[in-house]
Write a protein that binds this ligand. Sequence first.
Ligand code: GLU
Length: 513
Amino acid sequence: MTERPVRVRYAPSPTGPQHLGGVRTALYNYLFARKHKGTFIIRIEDTDQTRFVPGAEAYMLDALNWCGITYDEGPVKGGAYGPYKQSERKSMYRQYADQLLESGHAYYAFDTAEELDAMRERFKASGMAAAAYNAVTREYMKNSLVLPQDEVKARLEQGEPYVIRIKMPRKDEIKFHDLIRGWVTFNSSQLDDKVLFKSDGMPTYHLANVVDDYLMNISHVIRGEEWLPSAPLHVTLYKFLGWESVMPQFAHLPLILRPDGNGKLSKRDGDRLGFPVFPLNWKDPNTGELSTGFRERGFFPEPFTNMIALLGWHPGHMQQEIFTLDEMVQLFSIEHVGKSGARFDYEKAKWFNQEYLKKLDASVLAEALKHILEQKNIEVPNAEILGAICLSLKERCTFVHELYEQGYYFFEAIRDYDDSIVSKKWNAIAKERFNLLADTLATLEAFDIKSIETAILQFISSNQLQNGDVLPLLRIMLSGTKNGPAVYDIASILGKDKTLERMRIFQQKFPTA
Ligand code: GLU
């Protein structure tokens, strides 16, 4: 048998901003498609117009684009199996609902909302656990299985609102093989007669999803665990429609859990614990509320995507955690996706970003820093100095904006001085020493790191001092803080004039008795 070409899809509903889980589903589909030289499709599942959120689709496409996740067929781009938006495919679904009606696998139901409520109440009162519309309760409802045929006909002709429901077998075992979970078995008695089609001409998610996967020749359905309960219905639809032989293989991805492992990660957890759950900034079109994205927090797309991929997958045979997108394509396999929930850890997410930042060329960081300075209307030093600043700070930074925050004193006057060092070490004797040191530094011809270091260390030893008598204070004079790059680096970046100027300014600010 020839292998079926891999065609996978990411099928979001535009009901809100895409969150981490959505990005991960898209990413795994992408990795799987690329690995198998297959096709990655994006399909917009917008059959439920009541839940439509303007901007959600564009947001999702922007987010995937930012992550570097490219697709082969989909909205905007088109393709041979289009359109890729279910609302534009509306006319395609009815015939399959009709096919199910004709083969006796579906039926019309005319029950009003009030009648459905009354049914639920009645069955609840009689002690029935889940009062669903199913193989038992449908016998008591207003549908084409119960009503005389001429009445059904008359109701349809009069244009009475109806839905088309699947006729679930009463007690059938529904079994399918999930690539992550192995064999999964459901009993049809646990399932209800889901609505497949509404009289407004729109299919529901379930029918549209199965029909489109069939028409688009989808080979694998890789999606979140929350869709696992729908899978037996989908499997049943493949069977009823006679498409069993081309049914895609299923892979239901594990949940992404809160940092403490208790339950599914939600926007609320992000708000509460102070981390983003959306890839990009999102402004809620109804409330105007703004949620910060990973991008705007300062994440690079590469480590973000790397981090997302490892929420549930790891190639297994190695310790390595840092991968490029191409490496992940080479290494990806569904077999190495875990079954149990993957805990989201924001600190770990930051670690990925930091590791990535550390490896970036100083020139790349300098470009990014330049952008930040320009936005703040701060005079940008030349490329060489900017590069040296980035090099001196990058080990300590997780985000590019921290290059500015931690090294602002390279561009602006010192905002404040760490008092713990000043009060401990600054006095008349120190003042004399630093005057001498300033004289020494003033005589230096070259003001590079090495020359500065040699001169200062020589100064310390020839005056019988300790490093601690000079270096901490000098650092405070030049940067205001006791943390940061080596003091020689700071001095050389500032240059001789500024270094001496800062030593003078400090003296003026902290006169000794
Ligand atoms: N439209 C569904 C969603 O919003 C897709 C489920 C599936 O991939 O089958 O996640």
